[in-house]
Write a protein that binds this ligand. Sequence first.
Ligand code: KG4
Ligand code: ZN
Length: 335
Amino acid sequence: MIILGIESTCDETAASLVEDGRHLLSNVISTSVKEQALYGGVVPEIASRRHCEFISATVKKALLDAGKTIDDVDAVAVTFAPGLIGAVLVGVNFAKGLAYSAGKPLVPVHHLRGHIAALYLTHPELKPPFLCLVASGGHSHIVEVQDYTHYHILGHTVDDAAGEAFDKVARTLGLPYPGGPSVANAAKTGDPKAYRLPVPHVEGRYNVSFSGLKTAVLNEVNQAQMKGTDINVPDLAASFQERIAGILAEKLLLAAADTGAKQVCLAGGVAANGRLRQLVNDGAQKLGARVYLPELKFCGDNGAMIAAQGYYQYIAGHTAGLELNGLPTLPIDYE
Ligand code: KG4
Ligand code: ZN
């Protein structure tokens, strides 16, 4: 079964064809990230405009690269939530028009469920149940993936998402957007023990909090400015990365130990972080759990993850009519 996946929740306009939820046939990503970087973050209006401009050619190229036409597609899957609403609606309306005109079923996909499904593309042998940390620009969740369409949230951030913390800290350090890759890059030559950053206290055994950590970085910068001294950017980037990756890995591994999870996974944009991958790999091995990490090209937003999850939503009977609407927020465990 071939699913066309369409994604437009943030600054990537993406389309992909995937067979049976596991085999990648094509993967096309058009992005406005360079333009967004001029403003230090995503400007929703610019994102929406670029989606409108890119979407038709992106979907056409996804079909062309796979050597298929819309007639070969069994269903059109699209991210309908959560995300920047103006951006989400471009994908949703395009998918509705395409599905209607081609006479294909329309399958709504939750963005974070899509991030998790990126793991199926990298690891064809991976099957639920498994434990997954989903960390992106807008969300940080520790989730039990009970089966392909059922989820149980164990923990979440009580304030900033992990990716958001990377982006804000990058801005404080004068590093370019998106912050995750630029902080990770600066950290390569830094000493992770150079700055003593706090470990936030948070209610809830598997919850995380990053707003205090972000403020601690800001305080270091402000204090240096007041004293007329320089901040060592690589050292502060490395110290921040060590702390945030440490917190995320610790909470995920704590949940894995408590629940006796046999399979532990990472998903979302922050799953590209090398230090986080290393800490989870090492820690899970000590617990005797198998670790599954998404290929780097599937960590950020893409259409393949939506097509992969779209397959599982479709075979579970989750289709929508033309009344489908986009939503800015929706929990991953929605029914
Ligand atoms: O999943 P994603 O591409 O988009 C959302 O759904 O939000 O995640 C984007 C987030 C951004 O905040 C970005 O800074 C972060 O993922 N990110 C990283 C890395 N690469 C991207 N964070 C840490 N380390 C990275 N290597
Ligand atoms: Zn995402």
